[in-house]
Unconditional design. Sequence first.
Length: 410
Amino acid sequence: MSKKAAIQKPSLSSEAHIELCETYGAHNYHPLPVVLVEGDGVWVTDVEGKRYMDMLAAYSAVNFGHGHEAIVLAAKEQLTRVTLTSRAFYNDQIGPFFKDMCELTGMEAILPMNTGAEGVETAIKTARKWGYVKKKIPDGKAKIICCSENFHGRTTTIISFSTDPSARGGFGPYTPGFEIVKYGDAKALAKAVDANTAAFLVEPIQGEAGIVVPPAGYLKEVRKICSDTNTLFIADEIQSGLGRTGTTFAVEHEGVRPDMFIIGKAIGGGIMPLSCIATSRAILDVIKPGEHGSTFGGNPLACAIGRKVIAILKTGEFQKNARDVGEYLFGALTAAKLKPVKEIRGRGLWVGIVIKDDFGKARPYCEKLMREGLLCKETHDQIIRLAPPLCITKKEADWAVERLTRVLGS
Ligand SMILES: Cc1ncc(COP(=O)(O)O)c(C=O)c1O
């Protein structure tokens, strides 16, 4: 056992921890029965000292691996300086973070928040305000178009435009002002856009839906429709962004630029919640003092971490590894010709393995994989999602494929 674990030796067994969690916590998740105490790169260790490969990376929030030395160091240094000032004052990390983020996104202005859902809420508010101030949409009429099977978070407004009954059901009344079109169908978008449409909100690749890559050319058509109709093209890159698909942003695969990015998850280095929207000065200037914000948004600790993450992304090293190992993993899984597998899809180090209906659901396979030392998670009933930290090596990918072949081959 490593030095870290020896210092904080857990006194309870995995079973006891799970019991505590289930007894005193809300049952809003259905975790695999594993209790983690330590992480290093793509590896995590449970209470009993068993090692697992983390093939989920906290739903893509740990893109650079657990305990990335430079990111941890940036956090530690900032911890000893100042961690929270609120936006009542400036701090010495937020301005440099904004500048670095503008350089990374090619945008002009940033509004920082904490969670992804808050980033999406920020995008919605900004788009609506822009619609009224700049597009002259009549007050209260702004429409935002979203996609079927979308996932953008869990707030009451965001679930109002979810098409997933379990995300939405029982939580009404719902926020009006949203229209759903079929994901991947540019014609449906063109038909839905009208004079009151402020924005089109879309995941360049749908994550929670099961790593759904839209038809080639879709995002290019989206760009054209949005430009032709003065509609904001908002790309939710909270999960698809920051190297996951082999490029810094997934929209790059089609060579398009949105009017606004929403960024979250991995920008916090797996340490702090940090999210933001990145857009043009003309768009973001519709938000005035007192109209939006968050006590923790733009705090110096998160910003110091975000700056380090951006510096790491600028080297392109993780994007390249996501391309190389992603292709390798995809090739190896395809070559394995596993009987229960209907389809393997994805991009970079983001893979959805669709299980044929007559081979049962994905969950029991994830449980078996856990027992084999590989942690991944089902999404919906039939899909196993693989999203390892982007530092995974080909050798480690081989290790994973060996387990996947054993479990899915049986
Ligand atoms: C595309 C997308 N948008 C938004 C969110 C919500 O982020 P958070 O859970 O940090 O609120 C997620 C989370 O999975 C996501 O995948």
